[in-house]
Design a protein around this ligand. Structure first.
Ligand code: ADP
Length: 225
């Protein structure tokens, strides 16, 4: 699904991330940990093809990102749902239309997807907020809306960058329950987080692995997590 071989990335002269060799399998659940500034968001951007490795190879769905043109990257991205840290929305559009945006961008007929959209809103517990605009939503509602938008295209892989950073414990658990459910449906999940409590409670529900960024390298973390 995502395969890195001796991949490195640098924003300037020094490598922020180096010697990365890792394979994320379909249906897997990984946490990505490491101190702030370690390169977690950067790693997610490499997986999402927003950045290209400065050396080494990154393969996404079996294709080397270096060999992909813009159209191929756009197509591959439809198979990846991303929940960004800051959950940006179009503030003038009601929630339901924000969640439908990836369909619109992909040129799909949104009207035929109404039922699907309503079901998704129900799944994230936001049916009664369907007509609210993003500024009217709470932090937890925004996070769940971002998750709904990330899965509307039925992606094979979901990347989440600190999805529980700005929400309380109860909401964190609710979000994680949704991610666990998606994983049980066969989707691969990669979550960057600082929240070790969350990692522990997830580990008791599904099989997870932890990747740790330390000293500019990515390690499969041991049992200490
Ligand atoms: P994390 O998600 O672990 O907090 P990031 O991947 O956001 O880490 O950032 C890792 C390092 O790269 C930080 O020192 C950050 O300042 C730097 N960085 C991030 N984006 C850029 C950029 N566009 N240009 C230069 N440096 C950047």
């Amino acid at each position: 699904m995502i395969e890195l071989e001796n991949a490195a990335y640098s924003y300037n002269r020094d490598d922020l991330l180096r010697d990365m060799t890792i394979r994320l399998q379909p249906g897997s659940f990984h946490f990505l940990v490491g101190p702030s500034g370690a390169g977690k968001s950067t790693f997610l951007k490499l997986c999402y093809m927003e950045l290209k490795a400065t050396t080494g190879s990154v393969q996404v769905f079996g294709k080397d990102v270096r060999d992909m043109d813009r159209d191929q990257i756009a197509l591959a991205r439809r198979r990846i749902g991303v929940v960004h840290q800051d959950c940006q929305f179009l503030d003038h559009l009601p929630l339901i239309e924000n969640i439908a945006l990836p369909l619109t961008v992909a040129g799909r007929d949104v009207t035929s997807q109404r039922e699907n959209l309503e079901e998704l809103l129900k799944w994230v517990g936001l049916s009664d907020r369907r007509d609210a605009t993003p500024p009217e939503l709470s932090g937890g509602e925004r996070q769940r809306a971002a998750l709904a938008r990330a899965v509307i295209m039925d992606p094979d892989l979901i990347l989440a960058d600190e999805p529980t950073g700005n929400v309380d414990q109860q909401m964190s658990e609710r979000l994680l329950a949704l991610l666990v459910e998606l994983n049980r449906m066969g989707k691969a999940i990669l979550v960057a987080t600082h929240d070790f409590g969350l990692i522990r409670s997830t580990k008791s529900q599904v099989s997870t692995k932890a990747l740790r960024i330390k000293d500019n390298q990515l390690h499969l973390a041991g049992a200490e997590l």
